[in-house]
Write a protein that binds this ligand. Structure first.
Ligand code: GUN
Length: 294
């Protein structure tokens, strides 16, 4: 049977309409405009394209948005000072520093410098701690987008074997914590996290009712590694070439053609998790703006 192709782009579109409407109401009733600053250090092509997309969507939804482009060799101190400037700026409710950062900058220090109330990525230890305790304020955007996708597609999670490939602070770790929590409608799963030191990866992936792949390796998961009827969420965005017009050719961490023969549900790349991540950033920024009013 053909699988359901779970298009994040369509679910994101509906959610963006709702956010846009709420932004309009906030503006009319309270004169409040959610403000987001995105800070990009250097010119990593993937980071440039993510930040550009975040800025475009912020503007489309009626946010006040600021883009800071800093040179690759900027000092850590200059970056920390800039973050502090936006911590103090009442027109800015969300601060996003695009990761990864150049090696001479301490990522932990940068994340810790962001006021937790403006940490719309949910990466600050205060916000991660709340998430671990089961009371998140800001859920990191990619895990949040995946939870939203699963909920919208009515995918039963409770009691299911969820296998996550990847243990990053941005995706795998927070997602595992969220899916194992005793939360409805998306939680209460049995979660396995696989990573580069996992010995027999296929043993784990074949057991998965829901397989979430954030490995950062193109077409890493093939059809022979999954069971019939699996739900597959592909977080990977890999650039495997460029078109004659100079546009990047993207593929996921999942070999879509072979895995879709067995899956009951599968997300495409592009148009799957990516648009959800950006939309959840807008949702977090909107929530930060509302919370700023006391
Ligand atoms: N780099 C890759 N994903 C993300 C994300 O969600 N937030 C930030 N700040 N950087 C990223």
């Amino acid at each position: 049977m053909e699988p359901l192709i779970l298009k994040g782009s369509e679910i994101a579109k509906n959610l963006r309409e709702q956010i846009k409407e709420e932004v309009r109401t906030l503006k009319e009733q309270y004169g409040l405009i959610p403000g987001l600053v995105t800070i990009l250090v250097g010119e990593n092509p993937a980071s440039v394209s993510y930040v550009t997309a975040k800025q475009r969507v912020a503007k489309e939804l009626g946010f006040y948005s600021v883009q800071e482009n800093l040179p690759e060799d900027i000092s850590e101190k200059t970056l920390l000072d800039l973050i502090e400037k936006y911590n103090q700026d009442p027109s800015i409710h969300g601060i996003l520093v695009q990761l990864p950062l150049p090696k001479h900058i301490d990522e932990k220090k940068v994340i810790c410098a962001i006021n937790p109330k403006k940490d719309v990525d949910g990466f600050h230890p205060f916000n991660l701690g709340r998430l671990v305790m089961g009371h998140p304020t800001f859920i990191p955007c990619t895990p949040y987008g995946i939870l939203f996708l699963l909920k919208e597609a009515d995918i039963e999670v409770e009691g299911k074997e969820v296998v996550i490939i990847g243990r990053s602070n941005i995706v795998g770790k927070p997602l595992a914590l969220l899916l194992m929590q005793k939360l409805k409608p998306v939680g209460n799963a049995t979660v396995t996290v696989c990573h580069t030191a996992t010995k027999d990866l296929a043993f784990h992936t074949k057991r998965a009712d829901i397989l979430i792949v954030a490995a950062g390796r193109p077409k890493f998961i093939s059809g022979d590694m999954v069971k019939e009827g699996v739900v597959v969420i592909d977080v990977g965005v890999n650039r495997i070439g460029t078109t004659p017009e100079g546009k990047p050719i993207l593929c996921g961490d999942v070999d879509f053609e072979s895995v879709k023969q067995k899956a009951s549900v599968i997300t495409p790349v592009p148009g799957g998790v990516g648009p959800m991540t950006i939309t959840m950033l807008m949702k977090n920024t909107l929530e930060a703006a509302k919370a700023s009013q006391g």
